[in-house]
Design a protein around this ligand. Structure first.
Ligand code: ATP
Length: 514
């Protein structure tokens, strides 16, 4: 575990050193849980957004996109339930004065039981070798059964407390499980209180009378309040979806895991409107489609899993998370929720406008049901970086840090390097850049030895390094080095476009989704 934490620290440092992510307002000592994306970060982020947007809007005839404003009428947040219920249960440790989310403390405790079981299994697997039967072992090991029973009891108690909104019981669970503050090591806890996560601000001058408005905590409501606009102007027929990418803001209580939990972040959300009664079928459909989207990137199928929700949000009748194996455990990257017709009905009620769909096949009006897929751009970014970060021993006593990013997402697709800074090689390299730059993000690099230049590109995940040497001037060939295998090949410069395209174009990736 400590080793994994070290890896995470290294990833955070790497993000800063190589221009991926900087702390916001750093020269003023930063601002809690707010981050800026640097020159490489923004490229990776834009590629992630493009992968999501095109997979939704370009590949699905019945999904369209919008871009709604961050500021919205404050009644929207009353109707959606956020004013009254967008809360996290918080608890303070009186000795360290540190604040925690009570639900997170308990979920971590549940994960500890899971870890204990996993350790027993790993120990036994080692002992019995090929003849090991995991199912049989789980069914017969006394230790595993004890851990499982404790886990299940805790889980049931926690789920009930969350569903009943029982804050005293949440505190009691923390006491009974003897959960300690990781900083002070004590069990000296305050009561559990609810804390609303929305940021508010004022709109309009005070002379006119200003209005308290909220920074949106999710992009979804911008889609719901535009349902009729899009349905009518786009002549959309149910089932259909509306997609949106945009900033969201939450005043998170605990924000200590880099870009995993930020106060300003970006979401990619798609609301899919369906006939009442068909929502659970579509929920299953989107669960599968979304997991495939993640897996198609080739970061290893074993690094993803579903996690079904215990406490369904007030609007949902089914919900699951897609989790990715981060260095600090499996964590939610995306949520898929069956939101019933809650949101549209609420907006119908609060706005006084009829928000319904006339279904020509059924010959009836109804308020559509909704399946939501909601993914954080920043969390996706973090999962990709964690999955890609690799330290490798190369040759004798040498190591390299390489980001094995999916080539389509890499910030720079190819670096073009003249072997030396003279003899017309830089000019030739620039010529090659000019022939590639309309199609790919390419970089020129002439400083330091070729070896050092390779390492620099490995560190930002560039799939190809292309070296221009004296032979290039004679026969128009270059060497092309592949990031992961480090193999080099001599090819005609005129072939580069095809070679780079074959590996980095979105087309092949999209085909995997169909
Ligand atoms: P959590 O339980 O981690 O707080 P959530 O279940 O409240 O997350 P949702 O409201 O379902 O999250 O939001 C959808 C997605 O938005 C999440 O899966 C996550 O990727 C992203 N997200 C939510 N909150 C944050 C945040 N504070 N920082 C970065 N990304 C976030």
């Amino acid at each position: 575990m400590a080793q994994q934490e070290d890896v995470f620290k290294k990833i955070v440092a790497h993000c800063k050193e190589y221009g991926f992510v900087f702390p916001s307002s750093e020269i003023y000592d930063g601002l809690g849980a707010v981050y800026d994306y640097g020159q490489n970060g923004v490229e990776l982020k834009n590629n992630i957004k493009r992968y999501w947007w095109d997979a939704m809007v370009k590949l699905n005839e019945n999904i369209v996109g919008i871009d709604s404003a961050i500021f919205m009428h404050p009644t929207i947040w009353k109707a959606s339930g956020h004013v009254d219920a967008f809360n996290d249960p918080l608890i303070d440790n009186k000795d360290s004065k540190k604040r925690y989310r009570a639900d997170v403390l308990i979920e971590e405790q549940i994960a500890k039981y899971d870890d204990k079981i996993a350790k027993e299994v790993a120990k036994a697997a080692k002992k019995f070798g090929d003849s090991f039967d995991k199912e049989k072992f789980l069914a017969t090991s006394v230790h595993c059964q004890e851990h499982q029973a404790k886990r299940d009891a805790l889980h049931a108690r926690y789920a009930k407390a969350m569903n009943d909104n029982n804050l005293e019981e949440l505190r009691q669970i923390i006491i009974d499980e003897e959960i300690v503050c990781p900083i002070s090591g004590t069990k000296n806890w305050t009561d559990v209180r609810q804390f609303n996560l929305m940021f508010s601000t004022e709109m309009g001058s005070t002379a006119d009378g200003s209005m308290k408005i909220f920074l949106r905590p999710e992009t979804a409501q911008g889609i719901f309040v535009n349902f009729l606009n899009v349905q009518k102007t786009g002549r959309m027929k149910i089932p259909f979806g509306i997609a949106q990418i945009g900033k969201a803001f939450r005043n998170e209580i605990v924000a200590r895991q880099f870009i995993f939990r930020m106060r300003e972040f970006e979401q990619m959300e798609m609301q899919f409107f369906v006939r009442p009664g068909e929502e659970l079928k579509w929920f299953e459909h989107w669960k599968k489609v979304r997991l495939n989207w993640h897996k198609a990137l080739g970061m290893g199928d074993e690094n993803y899993r579903y996690h079904d929700h215990d406490k369904l949000a007030h609007y949902a009748n089914a919900a699951t998370d897609i989790e990715f194996r981060m260095p600090f455990g499996f964590k939610e990257v995306e949520g898929i929720h069956s939101r019933t017709n809650f949101d549209l009905s609420q907006h119908q009620k609060y706005s006084g406008k009829k928000i319904q769909y006339f279904d020509p096949e059924l010959n009836e009006n109804y308020v559509p049901y909704v399946i939501e897929t909601s993914i954080g751009v920043d969390r996706m970014f973090l999962s990709i970086l964690c999955g890609a970060y690799t330290e490798e021993v190369v040759g004798d006593n040498d190591t390299r840090v390489v980001l094995k990013l999916p080539a389509v997402l890499a910030p720079v697709k190819a670096a073009i390097m003249p072997l030396v800074k003279k003899d017309g090689l830089p000019e030739k390299a620039r010529e090659i850049i000019d022939s590639l730059k309309f199609d790919f993000n390419v970089q020129y690099d002439e400083k330091d030895s070729i070896g050092k230049r390779y390492r620099r590109q490995d560190a930002i995940g560039t799939p190809f390094c292309i070296t221009v040497d004296h032979q290039t001037l004679e026969d128009g060939t270059v060497t092309i080095r592949e990031r992961d295998t480090m193999e080099q090949e001599r090819v005609a410069a005129s072939e580069l476009r095809n070679i780079i395209n074959a590996k980095t174009s979105f087309t092949e990736l999209f085909k995997k989704l169909m």
